[in-house]
Design a protein around this ligand. Structure first.
Ligand SMILES: C[S@@+](CC[C@H](N)C(=O)[O-])C[C@H]1O[C@@H](n2cnc3c(N)ncnc32)[C@H](O)[C@@H]1O
Length: 246
C-alpha cells in the first residue's frame, strides 16, 4: 500500500478509536495530534505543525527545543548574523521570541551595543538568562502586547511570526521602535503558514532589502509530517514610508 494511503487508513482507525474513547469518557494524551498529523495534506489546516502554546513550556523544560541548536538550523542563524553584522555593525538589537538566546550566542559580544531578547516562556528566558551580560538582556514578555521602551537599529523575528495573532499588525507596532534607517529581519520556515505570512508582509508595503533562502536535507524529525528537506527564508525588510503605524 502506498505510504499516504497507509497513513490515511491509520488516521481513520485512530479517529474511530478516539470517538469511541470519548463516548466512554476516556482520552489518550497526544492521540489527537497523531491523528491530525496522519491526515492527508489537503485536509490539514495550514498551521497543523505549529506547537500549541500550552505544551510549549513543558517542551522547553524537557529539552524538545534543543534541536534548534543543531547543525541543520545553522544556516538561518548564520544568515541573520551576517545581515546584522553587515547592515548594522555595532548596533542595538531586539530579538522577539528569542527562545533560549541561541541567536545571541552566535553574535559576537563585540558586534553590538545592546541586545534585548524577549520571549513569552519563563523556561526559555530562564535558559537565556545564563547568557546575560551588561549589553545583553532577556525579559519575559508576550510579543503580542510588549511595548519596547527604546529604539533599536534592527528588530529580529526569528521563527516566531507565525505564532503571533496578527503578524503584520505586530510588525507595524514594532516598527515604531526602530531608529531612523532601522530594519526588520525575519526568518520564516517555508511550510504554510510561513510563506503566506511573508506574502502578507510584502503586500502590506514592507519592501525587501534582501532575501536569502536556505535549504537543509535533514534527518532531524521535528514533526512526522514535515519534509526532511527543510527550507527557511531569511528577509530584511525596510518599513514602508508613510505607512500608518498607529
Ligand atoms: C521556533 S522558536 C524560535 C526561538 C528563537 N527565535 C530561535 O530561533 O532560536 C519560537 C519562539 O517564539 C516564542 N514565542 C511564541 N509566541 C510568543 C509570544 N507571543 N511572545 C513571545 N515569544 C513567543 C516561543 O517561546 C519560542 O521560544
Amino acid at each position: 500500500m502506498p505510504e499516504e494511503c497507509e497513513a490515511q487508513t491509520v488516521a481513520r482507525i485512530l479517529k474511530k478509536m478516539l470517538i469511541s474513547l470519548k463516548k466512554v469518557g476516556r482520552r489518550i494524551s497526544g492521540a489527537k495530534r497523531v491523528w491530525y498529523a496522519l491526515r492527508p495534506p489537503e485536509n490539514r489546516s495550514p498551521s497543523y505543525w505549529l506547537i500549541p502554546r500550552e505544551t510549549w513550556e513543558s517542551q522547553y523544560l524537557a529539552g524538545h527545543w534543543n534541536y534548534l541548536g543543531q547543525l541543520e538550523q545553522l544556516a538561518r542563524y548564520s544568515v541573520i548574523v551576517g545581515y546584522i553584522q553587515h547592515l548594522k555593525p555595532g548596533g542595538s538589537f531586539l530579538d522577539v521570541g528569542c527562545g533560549e538566546g541561541l541567536l545571541r550566542e552566535k553574535l559576537s559580544l563585540y558586534g553590538y551595543s545592546k541586545y534585548l531578547g524577549i520571549d513569552i516562556f519563563e523556561a526559555a528566558i530562564g535558559k537565556a538568562a545564563q547568557r546575560q551580560h551588561e549589553r545583553t538582556h532577556f525579559i519575559r514578555a508576550d510579543a503580542d502586547d510588549y511595548e519596547p521602551a527604546e529604539l533599536f537599529d534592527a528588530i529580529i523575528f526569528n521563527e516566531i511570526l507565525y505564532y503571533l495573532k496578527d503578524p503584520v499588525k505586530i510588525l507595524d507596532r514594532y516598527t515604531r521602535a526602530l531608529r531612523e534607517g532601522g530594519i526588520i529581519i525575519t526568518s520564516i520556515f517555508a511550510v504554510e503558514p510561513g510563506p503566506s505570512v511573508l506574502e502578507k508582509i510584502k503586500a502590506a508595503g514592507y519592501s525587501v532589502l534582501d532575501e536569502v533562502t536556505t535549504e537543509h536535507e535533514s534527518r532531524v524529525v521535528v514533526h512526522p509530517q514535515l519534509p526532511s528537506r527543510k527550507v527557511w527564508i531569511c528577509s530584511v525588510f525596510v518599513p514602508a514610508s508613510g505607512r500608518d503605524l498607529a
